[in-house]
Design a protein around this ligand. Structure first.
Ligand code: TGC
Ligand code: FAD
Length: 391
């Protein structure tokens, strides 16, 4: 007997854990993604182009840029609402969630948490509205997982600093108006707000990516860039600065990955019901149902984990280890789900006519950035044993 599938992607009624306000925010973002992102994103991905400036203004209007920060034009929503927005954005494409993560959780968060009052007033309102685009330069060609080795340096020169070095793989780098650059000084690692029209600053775009193609990724080259001391973030002088921002962006990934995986599973379920082989829908084969059931379980567990960490965060009771657990699990499981869904579409799964292979390729980057799978494994290992095994 065939029964109508019931709410196939919310079998556990996870929606019942959300407030009306959370659901309203989520549905607003979902509608924007359905209307504005989904129709064009395969073309952006294929062409390796994203209309960042146009989208930034729209995302600012939508209220998602720095939405979980307080004041300075930011909406000050709960962490949970921010997470749910990330789920919807990444159901569109990881590149769109990346744009929002880098702007709100990395560049804006750095200024919000470690900037002076004047810096906050100067930069944050324009960044919240999307008129000013930011990027966040931590990774270097020779220092990815281990940013403590960074070579980019800042030397004091009177009232100014002179910055030299190269940052690598920087999202929004070549479209940004302002770059938060982390650099080594004689007095620890400090953050600088560098205007990208400064003399000596350039940001060549990185081409030929097979992942995050609907996202701009660049190198940042700093060649004797002069920055006033008033552009230094005054409140931090160690790796704690960038790592605090990374906690925020990693938190968004807990939810975002669920969105990408959900879009894959939704596509695979509907495809498997309509695609017939051996005179019946492929959804009617037990092997297909096992795949779908296992993926639905992992997807629901990932969302419950994300919501749990969000609730702790909203009570100011979350810690970095919990965020690492979520990033580790949800990026890994989302990638597995995308690969399994791809198999259900057979040959159709390898084309951009369906979203799955785009999500799958994107999730390879998500698995690596914001701390690789291995780095988060070691964070959890350290929490369990008390022994840091990074070095
Ligand atoms: P360690 O010696 O343990 O700590 C140095 C200082 O940082 C503090 N700290 C943290 N603070 C806040 N949050 C955390 N999660 C923190 N972890 C450590 C620590 O208390 C200390 O502070 P202080 O004041 O005493 O100096 O650091 P370590 O050098 O041993 O490194 C630890 C490790 C490996 C976990 C860290 O380096 C790491 O997370 N590496 C991964 C690098 C990474 O994630 N890079 C991401 C770059 S940005 C990006 O990918 C954007 S992608 C675009 C998008 O999001 O869409
Ligand atoms: P490596 O650190 O060289 O690692 C290579 C492999 O070795 C990984 O599997 C890693 O887990 C493993 N490894 C390294 N050390 C250990 C160890 N101790 N034990 C076990 N295994 C280990 N960075 C920014 O600063 N800003 C951005 O906006 C930004 N955007 C990005 C966008 C994209 C599309 C991508 C792909 C990356 C972006 N990054 C950004 C960089 C990203 O954070 C780094 O790629 C990531 O931190 C890993 O660094 P790496 O690529 O140099 O790899």
């Amino acid at each position: 007997m065939t029964r109508e599938p019931i709410a196939p992607l919310d079998l556990l009624d996870i929606d019942s854990l959300l407030s009306e306000e959370d659901i309203a925010i989520r549905d607003t973002v979902r509608k924007y993604v359905e209307k504005r992102i989904k129709p064009d994103v395969a073309t952006w991905f294929e062409e390796g182009k994203l209309p960042v400036r146009e989208l930034a203004l729209e995302l600012g209007e939508l209220g998602v840029l720095g939405m979980h920060l307080d004041g300075y034009g930011c909406a000050g929503t709960s962490a949970l609402a921010y997470g749910l927005a990330c789920t919807e954005l990444e159901a569109g494409d990881s590149g769109i969630r990346s744009l929002v993560s880098v702007q709100g959780s990395l560049a804006m968060k750095a200024i919000h948490a470690f900037g002076s009052e004047e810096q906050k007033q100067t930069w944050l309102p324009g960044m919240a509205s999307g008129e000013i685009i930011g990027c966040f330069g931590l990774t270097e060609p020779d220092f990815g997982s281990n940013p403590s080795g960074m070579r980019t340096n800042a030397k004091r020169d009177g009232d100014d600093w002179i910055l030299n070095g190269t940052k690598m793989w920087i999202t929004n780098g070549s479209v940004a108006d302002v770059a938060v650059v982390w650099a080594r000084t004689d007095d620890g690692i400090k953050g600088f707000i560098v205007q990208t029209n400064s003399e000596g600053f350039s940001a060549p775009e990185i081409h030929r990516k097979m992942s995050l193609r609907a996202s701009v990724t660049s190198e940042l080259i700093l060649d004797n860039v002069r920055v006033a001391d008033s552009q230094r973030l005054p409140e931090v002088s160690s790796l704690r600065g960038p790592l605090t921002c990374l906690n925020e962006a990693r938190f968004g990934i807990l939810f975002g990955t669920v969105g990408a995986a959900r879009d894959c599973l939704e596509t695979a379920i509907s495809y498997s019901i309509s695609r017939e082989q051996f005179d019946k829908p492929i959804a009617g084969f037990q092997l297909t149902q096992k795949k779908l059931a296992d993926m639905a379980l992992e997807l629901q567990k990932a969302m419950l984990l994300a919501i749990h960490v969000a609730n702790l965060k909203d009570k100011h009771a979350s810690n970095a280890t919990q965020v690492s657990i979520g990033k580790l699990n949800n990026a890994r499981e989302a990638l597995k789900i995308a690969r399994e869904c791809r198999s259900i579409l057979g040959a159709n799964g390898v084309t951009l006519e369906y979203p799955i292979i785009r999500h799958m390729n994107n999730l390879e980057s998500v698995f690596t950035y914001e701390g690789t799978n291995e780095m988060h494994t070691l964070v959890v290992g350290e929490a369990l044993t008390g022994i840091a095994a990074f070095r």
